[in-house]
Design a protein around this ligand. Structure first.
Ligand SMILES: [Zn+2]
Length: 267
């Protein structure tokens, strides 16, 4: 069984899951076809030909801090908090919550019944996403922001971050826009090793090769596609270990070249 815990130098990553979705592949990726899914990625489909994208988070120990990246969806039956506890992580021990972007399946457990789920944490969100989602016309259709993000600001526990923000000496934010306007990934650099928390730059291992396939959720599709190419090219060339929240559990691996194609190699 793959390990839920890896180390990048002195940084420890623990993969966490809030459950899985159920999607038709061609709904999720309108540029794809069922022929390609069945021929190339049959192992990712269930009997009905559906994908079950994971709602993944990752807990990161770095520089004496315990950091939670993304907080799932908190749908009925959601598993994030139970999964944390099962893996030895107490929600009260989280020092920082870093949100890669403000989509519902990344902010879901920010609060529980109006109270911070991580009572001792400060929360960090990308400034450009905050500016986008709090525009009145956007906010009107974004109940998840009203319920799971705005209260953090009222409680004075929300900070906004830009690209190249040092979360710790070992963790730096990288602007990776397109999926949402302010989307951010996190570069890890420690003890001569590098890692990368991908966020939603890619949603599925199929995008290693079919890098043009945009998910239906992208707000700026052309920019998202351009970002995805740049980031995956870089991660492949530099052989960087990746944590990918929507990829199959535990979502750790590398983008590597095999038989002329780029593929996701889980570890
Ligand atoms: Zn997203």
């Amino acid at each position: 069984m793959p390990s839920h815990k890896i180390n990048i130098g002195n940084v420890e990553l623990v993969s966490l899951s809030d459950g899985n979705g159920d999607r038709e592949p061609t709904f999720m990726f309108p540029d794809s076809s069922m022929e390609i899914w069945r021929a190339e990625f049959g192992e990712l489909l269930d009997g009905a030909g559906h994908l079950h994208p994971r709602y993944g988070s990752v807990a990161v120990r770095s520089g004496g801090k315990l950091i939670l990246v993304d907080t799932g969806l908190q749908a009925p039956g959601a598993t994030l908090i139970d999964d944390m506890k099962a893996k030895g992580i107490d929600p009260g021990d989280i020092d920082l919550v870093v949100l890669t972007h403000l989509h519902p399946d990344h902010v879901g457990w920010n609060l529980t019944n109006g109270q911070p789920t991580f009572p001792n944490a400060r929360y960090l969100a990308p400034r450009s996403d905050w500016e986008y989602w709090t525009q009145p016309a956007v906010l009107q259709g974004a109940e998840h922001v009203t319920n799971q993000v705005l209260p953090l600001d009222k409680l004075n526990i929300l900070d906004l971050m830009d690209s190249d923000y040092q979360v710790t000496d070992e963790l730096t934010t990288v602007s990776t826009p397109g999926h949402t306007p302010g989307h951010m990934s996190i570069m890890i650099s420690s003890g001569g090793q590098r890692g990368y928390i991908l966020g939603d730059v890619a949603h599925n291992p199929a995008q290693a090769h079919h890098t043009d396939w945009n998910p239906v959720f992208d707000i700026q599709p052309d920019l998202s596609r351009q970002t995805r190419h740049q980031v995956l090219d870089h991660l492949e060339a530099e052989e960087i270990t990746v944590s990918a929240g929507h990829f199959p559990d535990p979502g750790f691996g590398k983008f590597v070249r095999q038989g002329g194609r780029r593929v996701w190699q889980g570890i």
